[in-house]
Design a protein around this ligand. Structure first.
Ligand SMILES: [Zn+2]
Ligand SMILES: [Zn+2]
Length: 150
């Protein structure tokens, strides 16, 4: 629980949710090829200082979304992985929707989805998935993770 003034403003809370989701996504991406994600690699992908990564890792570990081992890096817990995959699902469904229905190029759709993925509701996600008959892949050919029932 934080008592700083800035953290209580709506803007900061929103920023921190977006940044939390971007951390989970980056860790998911890195652990597709490596056993654990290093703080150095995360700092590079997320374009933040290593000290900021260390701080965020603590927060995410407290929430039960990842585990951290010194000198080895971070791994997502099953809950953290599920959250990360949900954001990837939003991203790829949005890309598909933007390309197929709004005439975006795959590159434009990617940029737009990077931002929108954090803000759509589950109802919106369900509507576009249904409209497109639950597509399997994004316009870049990457698989769209299935909806997981909670
Ligand atoms: Zn969702
Ligand atoms: Zn894509």
């Amino acid at each position: 629980m934080t008592t700083t003034k800035s953290a209580t403003s709506r803007g900061s809370i929103e920023m921190s949710r977006v940044s939390t989701e971007n951390y989970l996504k980056a860790i998911l991406r890195l652990t597709e090829t490596e056993e654990a994600a290093s703080t150095t690699a995360l700092a590079k992908i997320l374009e933040v200082r290593p000290a900021a990564v260390t701080q965020m890792i603590k927060v995410l570990a407290e929430r039960g979304w990842l585990t951290y081992k010194p000198y080895r890096g971070v791994q997502l817990t099953s809950e953290g992985r599920a959250r990360a995959e949900e954001i990837v699902r939003h991203h790829r469904l949005l890309e598909r929707y933007l390309c197929d229905h709004l005439g975006y190029s795959p590159e434009e759709a990617h940029r737009e989805a990077e931002s929108l993925e954090h803000h759509i509701s589950e109802a919106f996600e369900a509507r576009i998935a249904e409209l497109m008959n639950d597509p399997d892949t994004c316009p870049h050919g990457q698989p769209i993770p299935p909806k997981v029932d909670k």
